[in-house]
Design a binder for this molecule. Structure first.
Ligand code: DGL
Length: 280
């Protein structure tokens, strides 16, 4: 991480959260639940989604632009809510930033390492996240005796975005993807993509109750809370809902984003603003 400049951080400043689109709302939702005093500026890159099939250079350039955009709000910290951006871009974003920035991959990896009993962990994610081997790297750093089995599941993102959360089609696809992980006898499965917590019940049913599902969105909110507490940077005030507490920005199709967002977050997302992210 670059040198943190505490003077740039104010307790009542918002937290910047970004993702390639709507998926990161599963992370924003956990932050809202676990640290309800915090204000959030959310950016979803709806014009350039998906990141999961793009190159590291492209995802890093996009992420850098979004960080520059979020910093115009004087955010006190940034959460890279996208697994693909965390896997591909976090290391480079950390290099020259002077406020804390955290991703979703490390917290998910840490919890999975703690909960596995038989040392066999499965990771499902986008092609990019699996190809980056970042979950494997973090887990191996914590415990080199654990074996990690990665499986790219590219069809889950469109299925979730089509609203097919509980649907025979999603069931069928999930069975095809997950059978090899069941056969390998993993006891822990990391939901390594922002969208997967939304089909958690389908995944849980197929994997069976001997397999612990790890949700990096949840673990990231815990890590964020602990980090802010350590730095004495938790907001002491309770901003009223409606006082710009939660603001949403996208790079395209703001109305479509709002519709989807309202099905995930029950705080009444009234609006989202479209911005030209290429300008940043
Ligand atoms: N947000 C992405 C992730 O968590 C999934 C969607 C995409 O491919 O952009 O990896």
């Amino acid at each position: 991480m670059g040198q943190i400049n505490r003077k740039l951080m104010h307790k009542d400043a918002p937290i910047g959260v970004f993702d390639s689109g709507v998926g990161g709302l599963t992370v924003a939702r956990e932050i809202m639940r676990q640290i309800p005093n915090e204000k959030i500026i959310y950016f979803g890159d709806t014009a350039r989604v998906p990141y999961g099939s793009k190159s590291q250079e492209t995802v890093t350039r996009y992420s850098e632009q979004i960080v520059r955009f979020l910093r115009t709000f004087q955010v006190k910290t940034i959460v890279v809510a996208c697994n693909t951006a965390s896997a591909y871009a976090l290391d480079s974003l950390e290099q020259d930033i002077d406020i804390p920035i955290i991703g979703v991959v490390k917290p998910g990896a840490k919890t999975a390492t703690e909960v596995t009993r038989n040392g066999k962990i499965g990771v499902i994610a986008t092609e990019a996240t699996i190809g980056s081997q970042m979950y494997t790297k973090y887990i191996k750093n914590l415990n080199k005796d654990v074996t990690i089995y990665g499986k790219a599941c590219p069809l889950f993102v469109p299925l979730v975005e089509e609203g097919l959360w509980e649907d025979p089609v999603t069931d069928e696809i999930a069975r095809r993807y997950l059978t090899e992980l069941i056969d390998i006898d993993i006891d822990t499965l990391i939901l390594g993509c922002t969208h997967y917590p939304l089909i958690r019940s389908t995944l849980g049913r197929i994997m069976g109750d001997k397999v612990t599902l790890v949700n990096p969105a949840y673990e990231t909110a815990i890590e964020l809370k602990q980090m802010l507490a350590r730095m004495d940077m938790l907001n002491d005030e309770t901003p009223a809902l409606g006082s710009n507490k939660y603001q949403f920005y996208v790079s395209d199709k703001a109305e479509k984003f709002v519709r989807f967002a309202n099905s995930i977050i029950k705080y009444g997302i009234l609006s989202a603003k479209a911005v030209n992210i290429e300008e940043y």
